[in-house]
Design a protein around this ligand. Structure first.
Ligand code: SAM
Length: 309
């Protein structure tokens, strides 16, 4: 995905976040992760990187005062903006008054029924070419939000979000990198991540204590690997990174919820040509899937399982 190939959206009179905050005497709420963007170049970059097109549905999480929402509304067929803080509703009414293709929903994103919202939008606007999530996410719930979307198996084409830089680095890390871990594997099982831009703290009000990155996740229509038991693979991944310095044999044999003996784990690793001293951080996603399939077969006792299917 190359940014230059994507359409740039420009606005003649974008909402001025600082003026609006002053006008309404708005008090930022730390508990909602409120760091609003004040740099129009960054707003342009996020909307451009999202690849939003005129036949797309965009779901925005946390519109704030609507600064990014304006760009999305110009680029998309319909925007659903979900905001938890009711104090922002009168402000959004003013900043988004000229845009007729936006629905604002006052709710916690983690509690909305996304499938129903998408169904309602299709009834009103017809079919969409792509369904995209775009947001400057509240950092206190970045991972739960992204994982809830990926694990929901609801048809979404892409997620383009501003998140804490360290979290973005973990999402796209590969084996051998210090940031590689359970989050990298989970995100890369469902999507192809690209970090699009680094955004420094001075682009926000109030300034966050951390650097930020815009990351785009293109969600796979077909998974990059086949695994018999997805749940077992993710348990093994969690166990494998729970204590990074331990070998897989030790971390998995002691992990609650898994009941493989050390011999079984060593045997599964030997079938893959791997040493019993190997750590989780050395296995690729494909190798975790293979490891899970070998261990899964061992867990099926004669007369119980797959050989009788
Ligand atoms: N989009 C705006 C911008 O870029 O300036 C605001 C981004 S600010 C980092 C995060 C926004 O998410 C805030 O408006 C906050 O109130 C909202 N928010 C926080 N938790 C939320 C949740 N669980 N569901 C929906 N919105 C939430």
């Amino acid at each position: 995905m190359f940014l230059m190939e994507l359409k740039m959206i420009k606005i003649a009179n974008p909402a001025n976040t600082i003026d609006i905050i002053k006008k309404y005497g708005f008090n930022f709420q730390k508990k909602f992760g409120q760091n609003f963007l004040i740099d129009t170049h960054v707003l342009e970059k996020i909307s451009q990187a999202s690849g939003v097109g005129e036949n797309d549905l965009v779901i925005e999480i946390g519109p704030g005062i609507g600064a990014l929402t304006q760009y999305l509304a110009i680029g998309a067929k319909n925007v659903i903006a979900i905001e938890i803080d009711k104090n922002l509703l009168p402000i959004l009414k003013e900043t988004l008054a000229d845009y007729k293709n936006i629905s604002i929903i006052n709710a916690d994103f983690l509690k909305v029924n996304l499938e129903t919202l998408i169904g309602d939008a299709k009834e009103k606007y017809g079919e969409f070419e792509n369904i995209r999530i775009v947001a400057n996410l509240p950092y206190y719930i970045t991972t739960p939000i992204i994982m809830s979307v990926l694990e929901s198996h609801i048809h979404i084409d892409s997620i383009t979000v501003m998140i804490q830089k360290e979290v973005a680095d973990r999402m796209q890390a590969m084996p051998g990198n210090k940031d590689y871990g359970a989050l990298s594997l989970a995100v890369q099982y469902y999507s192809k991540p690209y970090v699009v831009a680094y955004v420094p703290p001075n682009c926000f009000i109030p300034r966050p204590n951390v650097g930020s990155s815009v990351i785009r996740l293109d969600i796979f229509k077909i998974k990059p690997i086949d695994v018999v038991d997805e749940e077992l693979m993710f348990k093994l991944i969690r166990a494998g990174f729970n204590q990074r310095r331990k070998t897989l044999v030790n971390s998995i044999s002691n992990f609650e919820g898994l009941s493989f003996s050390k011999d079984e784990i060593v045997h599964a690793l030997s079938l893959m040509g791997k040493s019993e001293k190997i750590r989780g951080e050395a296995l690729t996603l494909f190798e975790f899937a293979l490891f899970s399939d070998y261990l899964g077969k061992m867990a099926v006792k004669p007369g119980q399982g797959r050989e009788n299917e």
